[in-house]
Design a protein around this ligand. Structure first.
Ligand SMILES: C[S@@+](CC[C@H](N)C(=O)[O-])C[C@H]1O[C@@H](n2cnc3c(N)ncnc32)[C@H](O)[C@@H]1O
Length: 256
């Protein structure tokens, strides 16, 4: 069987396992014969823990390639939004396991892709898996990975022909206003270069309200940009479209 790309998942397996074992442990406590009140309290806690496990499990399955493939849909949308005339060197910011970088290179046979990430301990992604994925995808001669910080990219101004990023900017802890992470991403793109970024662009907690983001984007004097909620472009299952999950995710794409 041909090796498959290792996607990883936006839901951390470690967290799922902890929740699963806690629910299981609470379920086991139900078998101790300690009276009605004890059983009532334990039963309520068990239901709460079970739901706290089942919902992320559902999200995990929906994101996963073996389930709903929602992660893949995000990558496809980014690649499509980047347009047909992609050339030169593209930067993918917050590469995770590098799947978007690999797919970009597979889609555009002429491009070189640099994937960068912090690869901190919070996440179950690594540079090693990125490099393995590039080999599996047979693009290891055009896809490179390097560690860095999206808040301050280690690349010269206007050194890339395009840039992509998926669900990373809001994760940059050192910067409160994530608009500056977006601006940093745009800095490294050449004039006329293309970009497509997905993030919580409609969450005021990270970016300010919608009009603030629009004013900011207009102020950047980009040749062209689109700023849209993701649910207008891809089908997000109702439960995951909640504002606390993917409801405030949007895409910003265009030309510098
Ligand atoms: C939700 S994951 C998305 C990963 C990948 N883009 C994907 O779609 O699978 C967020 C990523 O942001 C990365 N990240 C967090 N803070 C970062 C920073 N300051 N600079 C670069 N990457 C960062 C994490 O390591 C993680 O890989």
């Amino acid at each position: 069987m041909e090796a498959q790309l290792e996607y990883g998942n936006w839901i951390r397996k470690r967290n799922l396992l902890i929740l699963g074992f806690c629910a299981l442990g609470m379920g086991a406590l139900l078998f101790i014969p300690l009276g009605f009140l004890y059983h009532l309290i334990v039963a309520i806690l068990f239901v709460i823990l079970l739901l706290s496990f089942l919902f992320p499990l559902y999200a995990y399955m929906t994101f996963s390639q073996k389930g709903g493939g929602l992660q893949e849909k995000f990558y496809t949308l980014i690649i499509q939004s980047l347009g047909h005339e992609v050339k030169g060197r593209i930067l993918d910011i917050g590469s995770g396991n590098g799947v978007l970088a690999v797919k970009l290179a597979q889609h555009h046979q002429e491009v070189e892709v640099v994937g960068m990430d912090f690869w901190g301990e919070d996440w179950e992604y690594s540079k090693t898996v990125c490099e393995k994925n590039a080999k599996i995808g047979k693009v290891e001669n055009r896809v490179y990975f390097q560690k860095g910080d999206a808040a301050k990219l280690d690349f010269a101004t206007e050194s890339f022909d395009g840039a992509t990023s998926n669900l990373t900017f809001h994760e940059v802890k050192s910067v409160a206003d994530k608009k500056s992470v977006l601006q940093e991403a745009l800095r490294v793109i050449k004039s006329g270069g293309t970009f497509a970024f997905i993030d919580y662009f409609f969450d005021a907690k990270y970016y300010g309200d919608r009009s603030e983001v629009e004013t900011f984007l207009i102020g950047l004097n980009l040749a062209h940009f689109e700023y849209k909620p993701l649910r207008e472009l891809i089908t997000i299952p109702t439960l995951l479209n909640h504002p606390k999950i993917l409801g405030k995710v949007g895409i910003i794409y265009g030309k510098k």
